[in-house]
Design a binder for this molecule. Structure first.
Ligand code: XLS
Ligand code: NI
Ligand code: NI
Length: 437
C-alpha cells in the first residue's frame, strides 16, 4: 500500500538539480574526511512530530492532511502508522528513527494494557526494521502528556507518580533494547517547577537523581549497551526546567555521581531558549566529552518558544558539523530531526520537503566544515591567539606549580603585561564567509 503515491524514492541529483524532491548535497555514499556522509550524519526521523503532529498551535487545532489517519488513537491505527512511517523513511533514505513510547502505541486502561499495546506495536516496528534496515537511534518515554504528570514525573510531589514513571521508563528501556536502540534519551518533560510557593526544590532534585540512578542500575541489569542521553532545556513547559543547559546538567550529574553514565543530546532550539548559541552548547558538551547526540532543529528569532523548525540555515549546520568533526563524530549518536513542518505546510509532501531540506543543509554544512578544517586558517588563528601559553610564563602556569608570589615577581620585573593583539572578529567573519559559495 502506498501512502505517498506521488513521491518517488528521493535520490541524489547534485547541486545543479532543480528537482525539489531530490538531494542536491546529501549523497550517502560520498566520502568526506574518510567516512561516507551516511556515517557522518546518521540522520533520524522523529516519530512524534512527523507521524503524530497535526499542526495544532495554541490558537487552533491541527489542520494537517494525513489521509491515512482515521482520527483515533487505536491500536489498529498505531500499526498502520508504522507502515506509513517506514514507507516515508524508506523513500527518504534515512538510516534511523526515534520515538517516545506513547508516540508509537496508545495508552490502555491500565499499565498492563498499555505495556501490551507497546509490545504489539514494537513487534511491527521490528519487522519493518528488519525489512528495511532502518534502525532505532533512540527511544524515550513520554512522561509529560498524561494528566498524571501534571506536577512532573520523577520530580512530582506525588510518590505514586514517581513509581509510575519508573515503571514506564523500565518498559521503554526494554523495548528500546528489543529494537536494538543505540541510545536512550531522558528529556525532563515536566521535571522542574512553576512557582517556589509550592516547591521543595531540594527534595525534587534528590528524587530526580535517585530516578536516574535506578535507571542506570536497571540498564546494567538487563545489559542494555546503548548510551544514556540527557537532553537539556531551560524552560517550557515549566518556568524552571531542572536540566537547564549543558553546564547546569553536568553540575547536576556530577553532584550526584552520575556523570560517567550519561552524555547529552543537545537540541538547537533548547540552546537558543537558554540564550546560548548552539555552538556554545555543543562546544561546552564536547570539551567535557559529553556530546552524545543532536536534536537538529532551529527556533524562530521572533518567537520565544520551542518552534522546532527544520534546520536549513547553512551557517548553523556548518558550525554544528565543525564541532562534530572536531570531536571525530558523534559515535552512537546522530542527527535527529526533532522538527515539525509549519502549520501552514499541511500536505503530506511537505514532510518530504522539510526533511530533504534539513538533510541537504547538513550535508552541505559537512562539506563546508571539512573545507574549513582542510584550510586550517580558523584553527590556526585560535592556536596563534593563545601562543603566549606555549612557552615562557604561560607554559609554566599551565604545566608547573606557579604561585601568586611567582607571578607578582614576574610582573614586577617586567613592569607591565605584554601588549594585547586585536581579536580580529570581522576579519574572521569574512574568512568564514569565504567558504560559502
Ligand atoms: C521537547 C523535546 C522532546 C525530546 C524527546 O522539547 O525536544 O521532543 O527530544 O522527549
Ligand atoms: Ni528534542
Ligand atoms: Ni525540543
Amino acid at each position: 500500500m502506498a501512502f505517498f503515491p506521488d513521491v518517488p524514492k528521493i535520490s541524489y541529483e547534485g547541486p545543479e538539480s532543480k528537482n525539489p524532491l531530490a538531494f542536491r548535497h546529501y549523497n550517502p555514499e560520498e566520502v568526506v574526511e574518510g567516512k561516507t556522509m551516511r556515517e557522518h550524519l546518521r540522520f533520524a526521523v522523529c516519530y512524534w512530530h512527523t507521524f503524530r503532529g497535526m499542526g495544532g498551535d495554541p490558537f487552533g487545532p491541527g489542520c494537517a492532511i494525513r489521509p491515512w489517519e482515521d482520527g483515533t488513537d487505536s491500536l489498529d491505527m498505531a500499526l498502520k502508522r508504522v507502515d506509513v512511517a517506514f514507507e516515508f523513511m524508506e523513500k527518504l533514505g534515512v538510516p534511523y528513527y526515534c520515538w517516545h513510547d506513547r508516540d508509537i502505541a496508545p495508552e490502555g486502561a491500565n499499565l498492563a494494557e498499555t505495556n501490551k499495546n507497546l509490545d504489539i506495536v514494537a513487534r511491527r516496528l521490528k519487522e519493518q526494521q528488519q525489512r528495511t534496515g532502518i534502525k532505532l537511534l533512540w527511544g524515550t518515554a513520554n512522561l509529560f502528556s498524561h494528566r498524571r504528570f501534571v506536577h512532573g514525573a520523577s520530580t512530582s510531589c506525588n510518590a505514586d507518580v514517581f513509581a509510575y514513571a519508573a515503571a514506564q521508563v523500565k518498559k521503554a528501556l526494554e523495548v528500546t533494547q528489543e529494537l536494538g536502540g543505540e541510545n536512550y534519551v531522558f528529556w525532563g518533560g515536566r521535571e522542574g517547577y512553576v512557582t517556589w510557593l509550592n516547591t521543595d526544590m531540594k527534595r525534587e532534585l534528590d528524587h530526580f537523581a535517585k530516578f536516574l540512578h535506578m535507571a542506570v542500575e536497571y540498564k546494567k541489569k538487563i545489559g542494555f549497551t546503548g548510551t544514556f542521553l540527557i537532553e537539556p532545556k531551560p524552560h517550557e513547559p515549566t518556568s524552571h526546567q531542572y536540566d537547564f543547559d549543558c553546564a547546569n546538567a553536568l553540575a547536576f550529574l556530577r553532584g550526584y555521581g552520575l556523570e560517567k553514565e550519561f552524555r547529552f543530546n543537545v537540541e538547537t532550539n533548547h540552546a537558543t531558549l537558554a540564550k546560548h548559541t548552539m555552538v556554545h552548547e555543543l562546544m561546552y558538551a564536547s570539551i567535557h566529552g559529553m556530546l552524545g547526540s543532536i536534536d537538529a532543529n532551529r527556533g524562530d528569532l521572533l518567537l520565544g518558544w520551542d518552534t522546532d523548525q527544520f534546520p536549513t540555515d547553512l551557517y548553523l549546520t556548518t558550525q554544528i558539523m565543525l564541532i562534530v568533526l572536531n570531536q571525530n563524530g558523534l559515535g552512537r549518536g546522530g542527527l535527529n530531526f526533532d522538527a515539525k513542518v509549519r502549520r501552514e505546510s499541511f500536505e503530506p509532501v511537505d514532510l518530504f520537503h522539510a526533511h530533504i531540506g534539513g538533510m541537504d543543509a547538513f550535508a552541505h554544512g559537512l562539506k563546508i566544515a571539512a573545507a574549513i578544517r582542510k584550510d586550517g586558517l580558523l584553527a590556526d588563528f585560535i592556536r596563534q591567539r593563545y601562543a603566549s601559553w606555549d612557552s615562557g610564563i604561560g607554559a609554566q602556569i599551565e604545566n608547573g606549580h606557579v604561585t601568586f608570589e611567582d607571578l607578582e615577581a614576574y610582573i614586577l620585573q617586567k613592569g607591565d603585561a605584554a601588549p594585547n593583539v586585536s581579536g580580529r572578529q570581522e576579519m574572521l567573519e569574512n574568512i568564514f564567509n569565504r567558504y560559502f559559495r
